[in-house]
Write a protein that binds this ligand. Structure first.
Ligand SMILES: [Zn+2]
Length: 751
C-alpha cells in the first residue's frame, strides 16, 4: 500500500469509526455489529502503526503505547526504556520534590533540568566504541531494530571519539544511550511543501513524521528525509560505575563526540527547579526542535537508585522512575473569530484554503491567518465562516485551526461550500483519485504560471532577485511570460515599463486615474543580469527549475552528482534500476507467505509464493549489488526516480531539454574532491567492462577526484577500454594515451 493510499484509508477509517461510535453511544442505533466495529478500529490502528506520519492526536487510536511495526526485526533493550510521569501543574512538580525530599531525608536535592524534545525515542548501542544497534522504544522491553535508518543520520558518529585526557571517562565496553530522533522545522516545512505539491495531505507534525521516517523500510527513502538525533539518557552500561551523575553523563557524551543537548540546568531545591523551567520556556523557541516541556531528574545516580521505580516489586516490571518527571508546557492556543476562508492556488494547481482570522496574539506573534489544509479537513472539523475557533502555534510551525468552539457558534453560520471552480481561472476543479487535494487542472492557469515563475526565481533555484511575487504576477498577467524560457526573451525596455503592484485607484488633480509605479530601468537591468547568470548555473539548480514532483534540493543535488550532465540524466541507466528494485521489494512484501495482511489462501498458493519470494530475493540481491557499486545511487528514493523518468519521458520534459539546448545552456555538475587519488586526471570510457557498468566506473572515478570526458584528446590521462571498444581506443593508441582495462582502473583507484 502506498503512503497516499494508506493516508486516504486512514482518513476514511477515522470518519467511519467516529460515526459508528456516535451511532452506538449517543443514538444507540448501531448499524454494524460489535465485531465489525472492532475490525475497523483494528485496521485503523494497524495502518497508523505502519504509517505513523499520518497519526494525529485526535485519532481514536492514541491510547496505544506500543510503536512496534510489522516488517522490522525486534530487539530487546538490555535495560527497559520507561516512560516519565507527566504533569502540567507547578503544584504537582513541587509535590514530586517533596516526596523525594522525604524519601531521601534532605531538602537540598540537586536536579538536572533538560529540554523535553518532542521526537521519537531511540536507544543506540555502542560496543567497544562502535555503533552496533539502534532500537525504538517499542513496548519498553523490546523495540524495532531501525539501525540502517539511524546510521543515515548525519551527526551520529559510527565510532566514539576516545577522550584525550585521563580525567574523562574512557569508552565503555558496552553502552545503551537514550535519545530522541527529531526533524528540524525547516525540513518538516520542506517535506510538507512536496506533500502539498503532490496533492497529498500535509504531515501532522515533525514528531510523527520523524517517527514515520525512522520506520521506512527503504533506507534510501529514509535518507531523502533529513533526520537528526540528540542523546541524553543512559541505559545499560559496562562498566556500570563509569559515571556517577546525570551531569557527568552529559559531559561524557560530549567528550565521546555525540550530539547532546544545547543546554541543561543543575538547580538545587524546588524553587530553583521552577526557575530553570521558566528560563527554558523563554529559550525554547530558539531551539531547532520542538520541545513540549522539561525533564527533571535527580542528578546523583546513587540517589536515583534509592528512589527506584514505580511498579518495581509488584509486577517486577519497571513502569516509571520515581526520580524523574516531565513538566509539560501547555500548547499555545488562542480563541479568535474566523472572518473568511480564502483559496490560494499554488504552482501545481492545488487549491489551499486559508483561514482569515481576527488578529490574535499567539506565541509572541500576531496571527491573522492559519492553514485549513484542504477540503476534507474543513469538512472534518466543520469549520464555518463566522465561527469562533481555537488556533494553535507550536514553534516555527504555521498556525493551524485546531477546532471550532461549538458553544459559540451563531445560528446563521452555514456549512462551508468548497469552491467547485478555480477562483483564479474559473476552470472546474478536480480531485484526482487517491489525493486529498482539490486541483485546478488548467496548466495555463495564471496562478500556476505565476507560481512556477515565482518558484524558479527563488534563491535556492535560479536565484533571480526581484522577479518573484508581484513582478511574476504582472509578467504573467500581461502575457509577457508564460514559462521560464520566456524570461530569456524579455526586452529591457518593456520590462522597465512594467507596472508593478496594484493601481491605487487614486485620482490625479486633473481627475485622471493615477498610474501605478513602474519597475524602472535599474530593476529591469538587474533582473536581466540575474537571468543571464543562470546560464552558468549547475545541474542541481536546473533540475530544481524543472519542477519535478518529489524532487527537492537534496535530491536534485544527488541526481546531479550521480549523472554529471543533462543528457546522461535524461537517458539515465541508474534510475530504472532503482525503480525496478523498489517494485521487486514491494512485490516481495506482498507475496510473502508469512504476510498477515494478505495470507495465502491454501497450500498450493503458499508453495507458489515461496518460489516467487525466492526468485525475488535473488533479483533484489543482484539489483542491490549493482546499485551499491554506484556511489550515491542509494541516496535517490524510488519515488523520486520514478518521477524523474516520467518527466523526461513526457512532452513537457522533452520540451524543457530542447529549449535549454536552443539557448545553448548545458548545465553540468562537478564534484569537488580534495586530495582524491585521481585529482586532475581525465578519463575516457569505451566498450563494456567485465563487472562495472559505465555509470559505476564514472562514479568511482569522480569520487576519487577524476573527471570523465566523452572524447579522446592529447589531454586525456587514460582511456579505460572494455570489450568491443571502438574508435576511441584507436584514437588513444594514435595519440599515445595510456589504455587501462578494468583491473587497471581498480588498481589506480587503490581499492
Ligand atoms: Zn486555475
Amino acid at each position: 500500500m502506498s503512503p497516499a493510499e494508506a493516508q486516504a484509508r486512514i482518513l476514511q477509517l477515522r470518519a467511519e469509526v467516529a460515526r459508528h461510535e456516535a451511532l452506538y453511544r449517543k443514538e444507540a442505533k448501531p448499524e454494524i455489529s460489535d465485531f465489525e466495529f472492532d475490525a475497523l478500529a483494528r485496521e485503523l490502528a494497524d495502518l497508523e502503526r505502519a504509517f505513523p506520519e499520518f497519526q494525529t492526536a485526535d485519532s481514536p487510536t492514541q491510547q496505544i503505547g506500543d510503536d512496534r511495526t510489522e516488517g522490522f526485526a525486534r530487539a530487546k533493550h538490555r535495560q527497559a526504556m520507561t516512560t516519565l510521569d507527566n504533569t502540567y501543574d507547578e503544584g504537582e512538580l513541587r509535590d514530586f520534590h517533596a516526596r523525594l525530599a522525604k524519601l531521601l531525608g534532605r531538602d537540598d536535592l540537586a536536579y538536572t533540568v533538560e529540554p523535553k524534545i518532542d521526537g521519537a525515542s531511540i536507544s543506540v548501542t555502542y560496543e567497544r566504541g562502535r555503533l552496533v544497534r539502534a532500537v525504538t522504544r517499542g513496548d519498553g522491553e523490546e523495540g524495532d531494530d531501525v539501525t540502517p535508518n539511524v546510521r543515515l543520520i548525519r551527526g551520529l558518529p559510527a565510532t566514539l571519539r576516545p577522550p584525550e585526557d585521563l580525567t574523562s571517562p574512557p569508552i565503555p565496553e558496552l553502552v545503551e544511550i537514550r535519545g530522541e530522533v527529531f526533524m528540524r522545522f525547516e525540513e518538516f516545512a520542506r517535506l510538507n511543501r512536496l506533500q502539498e505539491e503532490a496533492g497529498l495531505a500535509p504531515y501532522a507534525n515533525p514528531r510523527n513524521l520523524a517517527a514515520g521516517s525512522l520506520k521506512l523500510l527503504d533506507p534510501a527513502a529514509a535518507g531523502n528525509r533529513q533526520l537528526e538525533i540528540v542523546l541524553y539518557g543512559i541505559g545499560a552500561c559496562e562498566p556500570a560505575d563509569l559515571v556517577r551523575s546525570q551531569v557527568e553523563w552529559h559531559a561524557a557524551l560530549k567528550v565521546w563526540g555525540l550530539p547532546g543537548l544545547e543546554k541543561i540546568w543543575r538547580p538545587t531545591g524546588a524553587d530553583a527547579v521552577w526557575a530553570a523551567i521558566r528560563e527554558l520556556d523563554t529559550l525554547r523557541a530558539g531551539l531547532p526542535y520542538a520541545t513540549d516541556g522539561a525533564v527533571v531528574k535527580l542528578d546523583d545516580f546513587g540517589a536515583q537508585q534509592t528512589a527506584g521505580f514505580r511498579g518495581e516489586g509488584q509486577s517486577g516490571r519497571k513502569l516509571s522512575p520515581r526520580w524523574a518527571c516531565a513538566y509539560k508546557f501547555a500548547p499555545e492556543q488562542a480563541e479568535t473569530v474566523l472572518k473568511a476562508i480564502t483559496i490560494q492556488v499554488g504552482r501545481t494547481g492545488v487549491l489551499t484554503p486559508v483561514a482569515e482570522l481576527e488578529p490574535v496574539q499567539l506565541a509572541g506573534t500576531t496571527v491573522a491567518r492559519a492553514t485549513l489544509h484542504n477540503r476534507d479537513e474543513i469538512a472534518r472539523k466543520d469549520v464555518r465562516v463566522g465561527d469562533t475557533v481555537l488556533v494553535e502555534k507550536a514553534g516555527e510551525i504555521i498556525p493551524a485551526v485546531v477546532r471550532v468552539i461549538l458553544e459559540k457558534r451563531k445560528p446563521e453560520c452555514v456549512p462551508y461550500a468548497f469552491p467547485e471552480v478555480c477562483p483564479v481561472c474559473a476552470t472546474p476543479a478536480v480531485r484526482p483519485e487517491g489525493e486529498v487535494a482539490v486541483r485546478c487542472p488548467n496548466p495555463d492557469c495564471p496562478a500556476q504560471l505565476t507560481g512556477r515563475i515565482d518558484y524558479v526565481a527563488g534563491r535556492g533555484v535560479l536565484d533571480i532577485e526581484g522577479l518573484g511575487g508581484a513582478v511574476a504576477e504582472k509578467l504573467v498577467a500581461t502575457g509577457m511570460v508564460r514559462d521560464l524560457f520566456d524570461l530569456f526573451a524579455l526586452e529591457a525596455e518593456r520590462l522597465a515599463r512594467l507596472e508593478k503592484g496594484e493601481t491605487t485607484g487614486a485620482l490625479t488633480k486633473s481627475g485622471k486615474a493615477k498610474k501605478a509605479p513602474e519597475l524602472g530601468d535599474n530593476n529591469a537591468r538587474r533582473i536581466l543580469e540575474a537571468i543571464e547568470r543562470t546560464r552558468t548555473f549547475d545541474l542541481g539548480r536546473w533540475i530544481l527549475a524543472m519542477q519535478i514532483r518529489d524532487v527537492g534540493g537534496a535530491t536534485a543535488q544527488d541526481l546531479a552528482a550521480l549523472h554529471g550532465d543533462l543528457p546522461t540524466l535524461a537517458n539515465s541507466a541508474v534510475l530504472p534500476l532503482l525503480v525496478r528494485l523498489a517494485e521487486a521489494e514491494t512485490e516481495r512484501a506482498e507475496v510473502s507467505p508469512q504476510s498477515r495482511k494478505n495470507p495465502p489462501k491454501d497450500e498450493a498458493e503458499k508453495a507458489a509464493r515461496v518460489v516467487r519470494t525466492a526468485a525475488l530475493a535473488g533479483e533484489i540481491a543482484e539489483l542491490e549489488a549493482r546499485r551499491d557499486a554506484i556511489p550515491g545511487a542509494a541516496k535517490i528514493g524510488p519515488e523520486a526516480a520514478r518521477q524523474v523518468l516520467a518527466f523526461f519521458g513526457s512532452a513537457r520534459g522533452r520540451e524543457f531539454v530542447a529549449k535549454l539546448g536552443k539557448l545553448a545552456i548545458a548545465p553540468t555538475w562537478t564534484k569537488v574532491v580534495v586530495g582524491g587519488a585521481l585529482t586532475g586526471k581525465t578519463f575516457v570510457l569505451t566498450g563494456t567492462l567485465p563487472t562495472l557498468s559505465r555509470e559505476a566506473a564514472k562514479a568511482k572515478i569522480e569520487a576519487a577526484g577524476g573527471k570523465v570526458s566523452g572524447s579522446v584528446s592529447a589531454k586525456t590521462s587514460y582511456v579505460v577500454a572494455g570489450e568491443e571498444a571502438g574508435s576511441k581506443l584507436d584514437k588513444a593508441r594514435e595519440l599515445g594515451v595510456p589504455v587501462l582495462d578494468e583491473a587497471g582502473l581498480v588498481a589506480l583507484l587503490g581499492e
